[in-house]
Each structure stands twice: as structure tokens, then as C-alpha cells.
Ligand binder design. Structure first.
Ligand SMILES: [Zn+2]
Length: 826
């Protein structure tokens, strides 16, 4: 699903045909002292066609011996300590044997690390993109696929999981057991996986494949949702791809400490517990997110694992594709979950969604040129996932679902156990559809940004003009835009490929662009157009209503419309309650309240928007209501509890029955309890969060711990994640939630300055770190913009690269928006 820290520089990519050697196999014997988290490794790498002396990537390993074809060889690390040079081996085929050891550090949550819980831990690998070299010497690039034969010896009584099933287990004496794993098919090093610890497993068979969840003891019963949906998805994908699942089993390993979401290791998906351990009675939004992330990782078992990108510059394709597939397949499996609405909300519209990031001057093309892993890391964001998925969805709409499916299937069959590029996929889709897929794909993928389509009614005819949409500054260029519009009851579809076009259609009673919300552009109407839109608003579909609100909020941030136009449509949304549109607006208001709760406009919106909707959706679930209504209730109650003291007091009363409360009301109850009871609520909430065994349950409690008015209490909550009293995976909850609390803004900013470097280290500067910081600094530093610019300069700027400049640009946009909301005449 993701990628991580870039501490180790990578080799330049080797284009097709330039591989100067082939790795046939890695035979890896690991002697693991679990209690001491220490391993001794014996590795035999079979190499073919080495035409010159070569080196292996190796880092944080103590290499003790090396031999080539049985003869001792001299070896040396390069000056950076990242490459192990094996001199004098140009020969057709050779076996390089290396003896080494590794001590696992206590302070990391990536690479080979201890995923800790209670007084125990799971020793586990997390290797994408370039951490395999910290576990065994290898050529650590995706194009160097090889067969892996793994043997692990460790203390008796432990569970051991690898990519493939265990084929032999035998006593090794002295209370130790040796496990031999089935040989893997050819695969990339970043997909290699093993885990050692105490596991509880639950299994079921899906089409002859064993699907297994592995959890820490006591958690197996909470893995049922993940188990079932992973098995269902596996069968769906076998049909969709028309390619059998290539391995004999599929594990889902739930990890108590995991620094990102989940990872598609071949045959052994790793996941944080809040994704893998959701229950049927978990709040729908979190259950949905967990289930969908399993479907995402199962999609990768073919698209990513069986066929892998040649180099990291096509990692976006892996992620865009798995993102698109996760919504498509989850929708097939659970039609009542309304996944395409969730897609728009989470991937395209919300917070740091694709349309927000891609309107910044610091944006990048989906298909970015990537020289090394550090660069790949910083392009990994909602542009790569969300915009990429939107473009693939647009291509699917263009070629048709069946041609898309068969094209993908052809691509997977042709490049099985090998590597491919985006171009290979366009060619396959073009062959199946007979359409010029490559040119449309190129137009949207190789350039950054997206268009603003301006719709003007001149006379009674419609004129459309396009230009790039930016929050600040200007850019030039045009896109071929698939337009789906309706005017005066008539639907029209065409490609807008010019800067400006006068259409033959009239718009006297209706004009609406981007029907069904499949186009990746923002629409700006003229005054008449907005009047027509307002009068037709009640009849719009759910996706279209949400799309209008998304566009208006983007235009507000870009200062292309005045706040009163935005508030006019917020009122319309309130008067025509649609769950998706209400969720989108609530999320926008949460941000606006976080940065400008002292603005009279913002206060007016909040107090006119929430109360009638709370009345409309009610505060308890109705039998048979769609899941989206429950989620809307969660959004409304938790946001209004934060914004309105009397409402917080009302919600606080629900806290008495917290355990049996409707899961969608738990966040509001915890927020209300914290706001109403202050210091006397702190101990209760902290006790709950430190003793709770469930990450999804802790989520709501963290909302409470982040809602205090008192800076001292907020400070305690923020510190919690660094004390070791809660899982290290939990750190981001209080930081992100507190940044949305208007009373906590300054405290969070001070905390951030103090703990930025320590947190960076814990996350090893991974992209997850920057994603989290990107949700915090643009809010909490909104009144400290120049200080934030100074703070994020020098080494912090150098480490963060484009992620840092993007965070500062988001801050600048929020700071300007705050000013406009406080003095709207500006
Ligand atoms: Zn993924």
C-alpha cells in the first residue's frame, strides 16, 4: 500500500535489457535468537551472467565472511556502507555465499523490527521500498526478481510466517526448531516477508487457497471481517483477472505496531490492527476502511506482486490500480456500502485529497520522473493514489469495462513473474479496445494539475473555457477533457480539447457540468449559471451535490468566489440533506472551524448548518437505514460537539453508557465528556486508551483526548504517544485530532516544534510522517506562518524536499483563507 523512508540511496534504475546480471535465487538460512532479537544469516545468492564485478545492497548488517563458488573471497563495503563489493566474479554463473549477523534495533518500526504489545513482540519485516538490504544482502531493486528459499531456526513454541507455506519443521536441538518454507516463485525483494511471534490463526478455504489471519493472542475473533473479505476478494480477483492466485496460501498478519496502513507482501499481507481487526459492530466508516484496505492488498497479489513495476517511477500505477480495484471489488461484494461515494469523499475531495494537492504549485505529474527512492517517497500521496485512480477510472469509462478487464488480464498474463511499465498496460488496453489509450493516458498522467472549466451563459448559449486550476499563480496548457453535461434537460458528452468552445446548446433553465462526477476538473459558473444550479440543486444526484460542494470549496480557497456564494450552497445542502454531500461539507467546516472559529461567518454557518441536520438524521440509528446515514451521524455529532458547548454537554451525558453506545456516537460522546469535564475526564480517558486492546476503539477515545479546552491537558494527550504507554502506531491520532481543535492550535504548534525531530526519527522520515505532518502544520501554524517557514527550513527542508514545500504552501493557503473569513470584504 505504501512506501517508506529513504535513508538508503539506491542504484540508478536499469532499463529493460540493461540488467547486467540476473539473480536466479536467494537461499537464506536465518538462525534467530528471538528473545535477544538477534539473527545469524547464511545466504547463498545464485547469480547468472555477471559481466563485471558487482556489489550487493547491504545495510545495517555485520558481514563476517564471503565466498564465490566455495572459494573465500575478499569483500568490502563501499564508502557509504551501503554496498557490499564482491570483486573478481565475471563468469556465466556463480554462487556467492555470505555469512552475516544483525541485531534488531529497539527504536524503529520499519525494516526488521519489533512490533511490540503488552510485554511481548512480533519480530517482523516491512521492506518496501528499500529495506530488504537491511535483512539480507541482495540486489534490492524491483526488476531483479528471484526465487527465495527460506529456512528459519528459532526457539520452540513460536509461530513463524513467510511468503509461502512451511513444508518441513524439525527439531534443531537445544529447544529450537527449524522451519523450511516452500520455494517462492520469482519475485521482487521488497515483497519478501517473515514474522516470528506468538500468533493465533483463523483459516478458511477459498477456491482451494488457504486464507489465514494471524493475530497476537486474544485477537483472533476480531479478524473475522478481514478474513471473510480477503477470501471473497481473492475469488473475485481470480475471476476478474482470469489468472489463478499464484501461491498456495494467503496470510493477513495483524501487527500491533505498524507505521503505515498495510503492505502487500506476496502471500503474507501485513496490516496495522485498526485495518485488520475490525468487527461487524465496528463503526461503519472504520470497518469499511479496514475491509477495503484488505481488498486493496489482495488486488496487489497480482497487480504489483505477480507483475511488478520495472522501476519506482511506475509505483503510482500499482497504487492507482489497487485503489481503483479496491473500490470496484468492495462495491461488487457490498453494494449497500456505496463505495463510489466513499471514493469521491476519501480519494478525491477530502482534506489532502487529490484535487487539493494537485492545485498547489508544488504538485507533480502522476507519472513523475523518479531518480531514486527518496524521490519516489515524496511523490507518494493522494495524487499518485487518488488522481491516478481517477484517470484509470476515466480510461475504463473510455474503453468500456470489458475491454479494460480483458486488457488488464492480457497484461498480467504476458508479464507474469516479471516486470512491466505503464506503457505496457496502455498497449494492452489499446489492443483490446482499438482506441488510442496511450495519448489520453499521457495527457493526464505526464503533466501536473487539472483544468478549471469556466461555464458562461452568453445570450442563452453556453461557452466553455479551460485553463489550469491553481490556488495561487498561473499555469498554462489545456487537457482533452471528457465532458458530461446537462442543459435544459438534455445530456451531452464530448471531449473538450480546445481552450474555448461555444456550444450549440441552450441553458435557460438548467446547466450542470461533470455529471456523475467522473471528470477530474473543477467548474466555475457565472452568476446566471449559479442561479440555475441553485434552483436545480435539490434534483442533483448524491455524487453531483457532493461534487458541487467540493468545487465551491476549492474555488473559495483559490479566492475565485466570495464566502457568501459558498455559504449559500452550504445552506442548500442543509435544506436538501444527502449523506455524502453532508459528509463532504462537514469535513470542510471542520477545517474552516479549525483555522477560523473566531470568524463570525464561520460561527454563523456552523450554528445554522448543524442543528436542523442533527434533527433530520436523528441521534440514534433507525432500523434498516443505509450505512452512509450512520457515518453522516458520526460526522455531524462529533463536529458539532467540538463547535458548540451546549451540544457538547448534551453528548457528555451519553458517555455514562459508553460501552453500549451506538459506535457512530462514541466520538461525540468522548468529545463532549472531555469538553464538559476537563481535568476530571482526563484520567478516565487515558485509562481507557492505555488499557483498550482495540485500535479501532481507541480512535474515538483519542477524539476525546484531543478535544480539551485546557492547553495543559492537550499537552498531556499529545505526549501520550511518546511515552511508551500506548502503541507507537497511535502517535498520529492525538496530533491530527488536536490540530482540528480550535482551542488547541497553539499548543499543537508548540508541541510540533519541540517534537518534530524526535517524531521524524521514530517514523524514519517516512512518507507517512509527512502525510501526518501535512494534516497538522497547515492547521495549527495558521497564525505562525513566517515562524513555520523558518522552522521548516535548513535540514528539515532538505530531508522533506517537496513534501515540506507542499506543507508550507497548504499553510499559506489556509492563512489567507483565515484572513478572508475574518474580513470577507478583503
Ligand atoms: Zn497499495
Amino acid at each position: 500500500m505504501r512506501f517508506l523512508q529513504p535513508l538508503i540511496p539506491l542504484l540508478q534504475p536499469h532499463e529493460a535489457g540493461e540488467l547486467f546480471l540476473e539473480i536466479i535465487s536467494y537461499d537464506l538460512r536465518l538462525d534467530v535468537d528471538f528473545a535477544k532479537a538477534h539473527l545469524d544469516g547464511k545466504l547463498a545468492v545464485t547469480v547468472k551472467g555477471a559481466t563485471k564485478p558487482f556489489s550487493l545492497d547491504a545495510s545495517q548488517l555485520s558481514v563476517k565472511s564471503a565466498s564465490v563458488n566455495g572459494r573465500p573471497a575478499r569483500f568490502a563495503f563501499d564508502e557509504k556502507g551501503a554496498k557490499l563489493k564482491i570483486p573478481g566474479v565475471p563468469m556465466k554463473q556463480c554462487v556467492v555465499e555470505i555469512g552475516y549477523s544483525k541485531q534488531v534495533s529497539d527504536d524503529v518500526i520499519f525494516g526488521l523490527y519489533k512490533s511490540k504489545y503488552d510485554k511481548d513482540y512480533i519480530l517482523v519485516t516491512d521492506l518496501e521500498p528499500a529495506e530488504a538490504r537491511t535483512v539480507f544482502p541482495c540486489v534490492d531493486e524491483p526488476a531483479y526478481k528471484a526465487v527465495f528459499r527460506l529456512q528459519i531456526t528459532t526457539e520452540d513454541g513460536l509461530g513463524v510466517i513467510g511468503n509461502t507455506p512451511i513444508v518441513r519443521r524439525e527439531g534443531a536441538g537445544a529447544g529450537r526448531t527449524t522451519y523450511t518454507f516452500q520455494e517462492t516463485p520469482r519475485m521482487s525483494t521488497y515483497l519478501f516477508f517473515f514474522a516470528i511471534g506468538h500468533f493465533e490463526e483463523t483459516k478458511l478455504m477459498a477456491g482451494g487457497i488457504e486464507v489465514i489471519t494471524a493475530t497476537r493472542p486474544g485477537q483472533a475473533e476480531n479478524s473475522q471481517v478481514a478474513l471473510r473479505i480477503s477470501a471473497d476478494a481473492l475469488l473475485e480477483y481470480q475471476n476478474y483477472y482470469d489468472v489463478p492466485y499464484p501461491l498456495k496460501k494467503l496470510h493477513i498478519v495483524a501487527l500491533p505496531e505498524y507505521h503505515t496502513g498495510a503492505m502487500e507482501n506476496w502471500g503474507a499481507i501485513a496490516s496495522r490492527e485498526s485495518y485488520a481487526l475490525v468487527r461487524e459492530d465496528t463503526n461503519f466508516r472504520l470497518k469499511n476502511r479496514g475491509a477495503m484496505s484488505m481488498v486493496h492488498e489482495v488486488a496487489h497479489q497480482w497487480f504489483g506482486d505477480l507483475v511488478t513495476m520495472k522501476w519506482w517511477d511506475d509505483l503510482w500505477l500499482n497504487e492507482s490500480f489497487a485503489t481503483l480495484m479496491s473500490y470496484k471489488m468492495t462495491q461488487n461484494l457490498h453494494p449497500d456500502w456505496e463505495m463510489w461515494g466513499v471514493f469521491l469523499r476519501d480519494e478525491v475531495f477530502m482534506r489532502e485529497g487529490a484535487m487539493k494537492l494537485d492545485a498547489l504549485s508544488t504538485t507533480h505529474p502522476v507519472q513523475a520522473h523518479v531518480k531514486n527512492v527518496a524521490e519516489a517517497t515524496h511523490t507518494f500521496d493522494s495524487i499518485s493514489y487518488g488522481k491516478g485512480a481517477c484517470v484509470l477510472r476515466m480510461l475504463e469509462g473510455y474503453v468500456g469495462e470489458e475491454a479494460f478487464r480483458t486488457g488488464v488480464s492480457d497484461y498480467l498474463k504476458k508479464f507474469s513473474f516479471s516486470n512491466a511499465t505503464g506503457k505496457d498496460l496502455w498497449v494492452a488496453l489499446g489492443k483490446r479496445s482499438g482506441l488510442p489509450v496511450t495519448s489520453l493516458a499521457r495527457a493526464w498522467l505526464t503533466r501536473s494539475g487539472y483544468p478549471l472549466v469556466r461555464a458562461r451563459i452568453i445570450g442563452n448559449k453556453v461557452e466553455l473555457t479551460q485553463r489550469p486550476f491553481r490556488f495561487v499563480g498561473r499555469a498554462s496548457g489545456i487537457w482533452p477533457i471528457p465532458i458530461r453535461m446537462r442543459s435544459d434537460g438534455k445530456e451531452t458528452s464530448f471531449i473538450l480539447s480546445h481552450k474555448s468552445v461555444r456550444l450549440g446548446v441552450t441553458a435557460t433553465s438548467e446547466l450542470f457540468l461533470n455529471l456523475g462526477r467522473t471528470g477530474f476538473y473543477v467548474t466555475l459558473y457565472d452568476e446566471t449559471g449559479y442561479d440555475l444550479l441553485a434552483s436545480n440543486f435539490p434534483q442533483l444526484s448524491s455524487h453531483d451535490k457532493a461534487g458541487v460542494m467540493n468545487d465551491l470549496y476549492l474555488l473559495l480557497q483559490a479566492d475565485l468566489i466570495k464566502p457568501d456564494l459558498y455559504t449559500r450552497f452550504v445552506s442548500l445542502c442543509g435544506a436538501n440533506p444527502d449523506p455524502l454531500a453532508i459528509q463532504v461539507v462537514t469535513e470542510q467546516l471542520r477545517i474552516v472551524e479549525a483555522i477560523a472559529s473566531d470568524s463570525p461567518i464561520v460561527q454563523r454557518i456552523a450554528h445554522s448548518f448543524y442543528p436542523p441536520l442533527l434533527e433530520y438524521f436523528g441521534e440514534s440509528p433507525q432500523p434498516g437505514e443505509p450505512p452512509s446515514v450512520g457515518t453522516t451521524r458520526e460526522f455531524l455529532t462529533s463536529s458539532f460537539a467540538l463547535a458548540d458547548r451546549p451540544y457538547a454537554e448534551k453528548m457528555a451525558k451519553l458517555f455514562d453508557n459508553y460501552a453500549s453506545l451506538d459506535p457512530n456516537l462514541k466520538a461525540a460522546a468522548a468529545i463532549g465528556f472531555a469538553i464538559t469535564h476537563g481535568a476530571s475526564a482526563e484520567k478516565t480517558l487515558q485509562d481507557m486508551v492505555t488499557t483498550s486492546q482495540s485500535e479501532v476503539e481507541r480512535d474515538s477515545i483519542y477524539r476525546g483526548l484531543s478535544a480539551f479546552d485546557d492547553p495543559k491537558l492537550i499537552q498531556h494527550s499529545l505526549d501520550l504517544g511518546l511515552t511508551g504507554r500506548v502503541s507507537r502506531s497511535d502517535l498520529h491520532y492525538t496530533v491530527i485530532y488536536s490540530a482540528q481543535n480550535p482551542h488547541a492550535r497553539d499548543t499543537v504548534w508548540r508541541w510540533m516544534k519541540k517534537n518534530y525531530d524526535a517524531t521524524w526519527k521514530l517514523y524514519a522520515g517516512s512518507q507517512q510522517f509527512y502525510i501526518d505532518v501535512g494534516r497538522v502544520i497547515p492547521l495549527c501554524a495558521v497564525e505562525h506562518e513566517s515562524e513555520a517557514n523558518r522552522f521548516m527550513s535548513g535540514k528539515r527542508l532538505k530531508d522533506g524536499g517537496s513534501s515540506t514545500t507542499r506543507i508550507l504552501e497548504m499553510l499559506s493557503i489556509n492563512a489567507k483563507l483565515r484572513k478572508r473569513l475574518l474580513s470577507p470584504s478583503n
